[in-house]
Write a protein that binds this ligand. Structure first.
Ligand SMILES: Nc1nc2c(c(=O)[nH]1)N=C([C@H](O)[C@H](O)COP(=O)(O)OP(=O)(O)OP(=O)(O)O)CN2
Ligand SMILES: [Zn+2]
Length: 150
């Protein structure tokens, strides 16, 4: 049976600020992120399986990515907890804002590494994460490939 890649696309709105950065993205701002999640596996060949012909049901993949990423990051503002931005984060949290503190600089590169780890932990053994593409602006994106990180 062939290995097949399937992709599901997601979008979420997230704020962030790059502490210490030497450009305009040191300011708190936001992006309409778009995330492409590609997994690889063999379509189920058992006729009696309700998922016959599928690598993984798109809706099962959607559930994983929604729970791990979209529902967490959507309409949150992400700060690096290892910077003085933690004080700003606390102030915002105290005022009822949805703030997410992470252990990294929230660039598209670091976010896509974080997302890969989270998704990998949730996939069934027979399905592998192939790649992620995180589009931050119309002209900028970061990609993670399993083959680059074996
Ligand atoms: N390697 C990275 N560089 C930058 C990142 C990043 O995550 N990785 N992030 C930013 C900012 O957060 C923001 O995304 C700005 O990106 P940029 O493409 O520079 O946005 P512009 O609107 O200026 O894009 P243009 O299409 O060139 O106008 C900065 N750098
Ligand atoms: Zn940005």
């Amino acid at each position: 049976m062939s290995n097949i890649r399937i992709t599901k696309q997601f979008s979420f709105e997230t704020g962030h600020a790059l502490y210490g950065y030497d450009g305009k993205c040191k300011n708190v701002h936001g992006h309409s992120y778009r995330l492409d999640v590609t997994v690889i596996g063999q379509p189920i060949s058992d006729h009696s399986n309700v998922k016959f012909g599928m690598v993984i049901d798109f809706s099962d993949l959607k559930k994983i990515v929604k729970e791990e990423i979209v529902d967490v990051f959507d309409h949150a503002t992400v700060f690096n907890k290892n910077t003085p931005h933690v004080e700003l984060a606390k102030e915002l949290e105290d005022r009822g804002h949805n703030v997410l503190l992470v252990n990294y600089q929230p660039t598209s590169e670091m976010m896509v590494i974080d997302f890969a780890e989270k998704i990998k932990q949730r996939l069934p053994d027979n399905i592998k994460l192939h790649s992620l593409k995180l589009q931050e602006t119309a002209t900028s994106y970061a990609q993670w490939f399993a083959s680059d990180n074996d």
